[in-house]
Design a binder for this molecule. Structure first.
Ligand code: 26V
Length: 743
């Protein structure tokens, strides 16, 4: 307990100040007691173009060990810290990858591992979302309107990043990451000419369009050059200009391929400024960098046009070319075939494969769940795996229990304290000892969290949730492979069955959605519109609307997620097997006592291993079945044989719903029945899994009738969630990849 800080809070004069001033001043008070450590020795660095931090205030007070006391002290002064929930999230990320980075930083500090983060301080984070007539409307996320009291600008540590056509100043902003140690997330902000400032203006929103590729290259290099420049300079100050010991002191983790240019920048800097030979610089790089892959979707694997890169970064392009020629020499020595060399090449025709560069240079390459890591070896980089089997690792993702249980579900945490003593907070393995047959209080906690969630939704979206309903939730980025469209079809099927009296004894159910669609992703936007039209139909039907409700919340973000994961009964994780690398929302729901209704994909597989198949609702084709189906699958055959499937699919085009003439629904229908020039019809196998999905949802509904038995399943999930703590993930990275030790 930090008694000095508590005294400062007692002395704080809140009178007559508006809430923003109070927020700023109280945060600043706390910052006085936070001192980033600068331990000597080996450190790891996380290089990520996204960090989805969410709100820092409550989290930092929790980490400082003063949350409850501070809450009391301040409320006596009339300051309700729950009012600070109006503060904008720091949403400098798109989804899972950015949130994972935030959880990892939290866990590293929480466990006192020496890990710092490097990233970009975007002026505007992920766009804000509203629905207008059921369609997504986007506006700029001006997250800095509340100020940024949790960061410190380091004026005297700025540095210049050179592009062929301009110089940009990178100014560091340090955000302390508080735990058993205080680590640092350093975000660089671009200053200089108008064009220079553009680099940090927006988080790259359209990760699926051609647009803005040049800006993206600039962002990636900006982050890479600022981080590498700084690390190299600090090293030289301490150890001199020989880089022989660099990799002894540094392990750099590339969070996907977005910072792979830091490999080229590192080699460029060492060869050009410090007289290190290319071969030696490459060798040091090979002992310094590691790469995490986060998706096997080919369209998401970054390839940059060589000419484009050469235009603004000629030296970097040249380094990549030289890496290629060194690699080819190495591969020839290993007697690789021409085809094998082509497959592993960094330079692919006129394009640079960032993933191949990362795999070649990376000392370790890891996937983010067991199945994903297997697919990374088997399907994505089979040749590299053949020649460098020891590179390939798995580290299953995790989530921080501090934000995703202690902070977002203080009621369940208190119940666990009572049942297990607070020791579980330090030792998650103790959750295993939970008596899951003792369900009465858990049921009461879940009801309370549902009530709080309902209040929140009413306030933010003006929708009143059905009382006493089962809450099913699917919250995540909108993407075809995640199959929100399949859930839409399943709901329609249930709706028609209810309406026609075919489905009896149905417990009232709410289907909750939250998702943002990338701004250029037409189909994703169509799915949002479709779900909103379904909501309108279902919620407006007097015949069924006491039994079934569909709610798509607006502007789903980290803070919304904190409410939803705590108040949900059933976590929907229904991606096509083989496509969701891991998923981390699935873990948040599990920890908060929700059952999973999902496919054998990503980390769902490990969730089932830990929590038991009998405590979850698994359906659908396995990875192996999907692989077998690929060549022969015919969705139109299913449509011709299954009238129920056909009926719901037809609502896209038969006039049941209108997309206001935008063509969304016809295009979705075509994607399922005709395909497109880049894919076969229904390439995410919705019709294959839909009937089983409906059955699983109805089985959940039936089982819920036995409250105690269902609550026991939910508690079994909480009880076996320790493995999914990011403390465990970080410990694995520390041991298998970074070779760093706790304080
Ligand atoms: C990017 C793109 C861009 C082109 C269109 C398709 C597409 C699909 C996905 C992505 C995201 C790639 C990186 C990413 O966010 N991966 C997520 O990383 C999480 C943390 O490891 C993991 O839990 C999610 O399963 C994975 O999708």
């Amino acid at each position: 307990m930090n008694t000095k800080l508590l005294q400062d809070l007692k002395d704080y004069d809140a009178a007559g100040k508006d809430i923003k001033t109070q927020y700023t001043e109280i945060s600043e008070l706390c910052m006085k007691y936070i001192t980033p450590e600068r331990r000597e020795g080996r450190r790891a660095y996380y290089l990520s173009i996204e960090y989805l931090m969410g709100r820092m205030f409550h989290n930092n007070l929790l980490e400082l060990g003063v949350l409850e006391e501070a809450e009391k002290i301040l409320s006596e002064k009339g300051v309700k810290i729950s009012d600070f929930e109006e503060v904008e999230d720091a949403a400098l990320g798109n989804g899972g990858l950015g949130r994972l980075a935030a959880c990892f930083l939290d866990s590293a500090a929480g466990c006192a591992y020496p890990l710092d983060g490097y990233g970009i301080r975007y002026k505007y984070g992920l766009f804000k979302q509203k629905f207008e007539n059921g369609e997504q409307a986007e506006s700029a996320d001006d997250w800095l309107t509340w100020g940024d009291p949790w960061s410190v600008r380091r004026e005297n540590e700025k540095r210049v990043v050179h592009f062929a056509d301009m110089d940009v100043t990178a100014v560091p902003y340090d955000m302390p990451i508080v735990g058993k140690s205080v680590n640092t997330l350093r975000l660089f902000y671009a200053e200089g000419s108008e064009q220079a400032q553009k680099i940090c203006e927006y988080l790259y929103p359209a990760d699926d369009t051609e647009e803005g590729k040049l800006l993206r290259i600039r962002q990636e290099y900006f982050l890479s050059a600022a981080a590498i420049g700084e690390l190299a300079e600090r090293y030289v100050r301490k150890y001199g200009r020989s880089f022989n010991r660099f990799s002894e002191y540094h392990s750099l983790q590339l969070n996907d391929t977005h910072a792979v240019m830091s490999v080229a920048e590192f080699i460029r800097l060492l060869t050009k400024d410090y007289g290190v030979s290319f071969a030696r610089a490459l060798d040091i790089a090979k002992h310094t960098f590691n790469y995490t892959n986060h998706t096997i979707l080919p369209e998401a694997l970054e390839c940059w046009d060589y000419a484009l890169m050469e235009k603004i970064l000629p030296e970097i392009a040249a380094v990549f070319k030289k890496i290629q020629s060194y690699a080819v020499r190495e591969w020839k020595r290993k007697n690789c075939t021409k085809e094998e060399i082509a497959a592993m090449s960094v330079l692919q025709g006129r394009r640079l494969s960032m993933a191949n560069a990362a795999v070649y240079v990376g000392e370790k390459v890891n996937g983010v769940a067991a199945i994903h890591s297997e697919l990374v070896k088997r399907n994505l980089f089979p040749v590299a795996y053949k020649y460098y089997p020891d590179k390939f690792q798995n580290v299953t993702n995790g989530i921080t229990q501090r934000r995703w249980l202690m902070l977002c579900n203080r009621e369940l945490s208190a119940l666990l304290d009572k049942k297990l003593t607070p020791a579980w907070r330090e030792d998650m393995a103790r959750l295993e000892t939970l008596d899951t047959t003792d369900t009465a209080e858990f049921i009461a906690v879940k009801a309370e969290k549902k009530k709080q969630l309902a209040e929140y939704i009413l306030r933010h979206d003006g929708v009143k949730l059905l009382d006493g309903a089962i809450v099913y939730a699917q919250v995540k980025r909108l993407h075809e492979y995640k199959r929100q469209l399949m859930t839409a079809f399943a709901i329609l099927r249930i709706y028609y069955d209810l309406k026609e009296g075919k489905l009896k004894d149905f417990h009232p159910s709410v289907f909750l959605f939250g998702a943002k669609a990338a701004s250029g992703y037409f189909r994703a936007k169509g799915i949002i519109k479709y779900l909103n039209e379904i909501a309108r139909l279902v919620n407006g039907d007097e015949q069924t609307n006491k039994l079934l409700q569909v709610v798509f919340v607006q502007n789903y973000n980290v803070s919304y997620a904190e409410k939803i994961v705590a108040g949900t009964d059933v976590s929907l994780q229904v991606s096509t097997a083989g496509f969701e690398a891991s998923g981390t929302g699935n873990m948040k729901f599990m920890l908060n006592g929700a059952v999973t209704c999902g496919t054998m994909d990503g980390a769902n597989i490990e969730i089932i291993e830990h929590a038991g198949k009998e405590n979850n609702y698994i359906f659908g084709a396995s990875v192996e079945e999907i692989e077998r189906l690929k060549d022969t699958y015919d969705p139109n055959e299913i449509l011709s044989q299954n009238a129920d499937v056909k009926r719901v699919c037809d609502t896209l085009t038969d006039g049941t719903f209108s997309d206001g003439g935008k063509g969304y629904f016809k295009e979705l229908h075509d994607s399922l029945t005709v395909g497109a020039h880049w894919h076969k019809p229904d390439h995410y196998f919705i019709f294959r899994d839909l009937p089983e999905y409906v059955d699983a949802l109805i089985k959940v509904n039936r089982d819920y009738g036995d409250k105690a038995a269902f609550a026991q399943k939910q508690l079994e999930n909480t009880a076996h969630a320790a493995f999914f703590s990011s403390d465990r993930s970080i410990a694995e990275y520390a041991e298998k990849i970074w070779n760093i030790v706790k304080k």
